[in-house]
Design a protein around this ligand. Structure first.
Ligand code: MN
Length: 243
């Protein structure tokens, strides 16, 4: 083998790729009362969408509008088991309403935005808080803090056709039975209409896209063995164990 990378690459192209050996498993999520599953295309998240959470974080200007970041689509966890990740001593939960997109949306108005929503779920934006704070301090992207394996546990999708639009009501998260986050969806700075509209100005939203809509106050760390239960009015509870 040549130690020169370019030469190695040229040599590699002479070898037919064994694509049979490539096993790429698409991620999909249960749809409530359906045999079909929701195939995940992209995972978007809203940052700083509840005032009390911005204040507890003591960073960022609360007058700034919310913003978006992404997680890898295969960071979605559907079996309720989240391994404690590498590279952190401060692994935190952020409980959030998740919006599932069902049709193509580009540059849509808030008035039309909900037509593109297929359904809703309860999800967790799991965060390496120590790495996120470091990224903030150094002006670096949030990837190490937010966009890692198993960082997006998500419950089953409840179609709008069954549950309507989830616009109001409580969301709360318990850890080992003790309530840690307890708020109402009305406290979102951007509501679902505005989130879908704003995001559709930045990206083509397509079927399979998920949007985690931001967390209220009360975020905190978890340890291996902790059991998390997240509840949102109108949706089945999300249950997750840190393993
Ligand atoms: Mn979040």
């Amino acid at each position: 083998m040549s130690p020169h990378p370019t030469a190695e690459l040229a040599q590699a192209t002479d070898v037919p790729a064994n694509t049979d050996a490539l096993q790429v498993l698409p991620v999909s999520i249960d749809i409530v009362d359906s045999d079909q599953r929701f195939p995940v295309r992209r995972v978007y998240c809203v940052g700083r969408n509840y005032l009390a959470h911005i204040r507890e974080m003591k960073e960022g200007d609360e007058r700034d509008p919310p913003f978006f970041f992404q997680k890898p689509s295969d960071s979605v966890v559907t079996d309720g088991r989240v391994p404690y990740p590498t590279l952190t001593d401060d692994f935190q939960f952020e409980f959030e309403l998740v919006v599932a997109i069902g049709t193509h949306a580009s540059n849509v108005t808030p008035e039309d935005a909900l037509d593109h929503v297929f359904g809703y779920a309860a999800g967790l934006d799991m965060t390496r808080r120590d790495r996120q704070r470091e990224c903030n301090k150094r002006g670096l992207p949030w990837e190490q803090g937010k966009s890692f394996d198993h960082s997006a546990p998500c419950g089953p999708i409840h179609p709008v056709a069954k549950v309507g639009h989830i616009r109001s009501g409580t969301l709360n998260l318990s850890v080992n039975g003790a309530v840690r986050q307890d708020s109402v969806l009305e406290k979102m700075i951007w509501n679902v209409h505005e989130i879908v509209s704003e995001l559709s100005k930045q990206y083509r939203l397509l079927p399979g896209d998920l949007i985690f809509t931001g967390t209220p106050e009360g975020v905190g760390p978890v340890q291996r063995g902790d059991k998390l239960t997240g509840r949102i009015d109108g949706l089945a509870p999300l249950q997750v164990e840190i393993v």
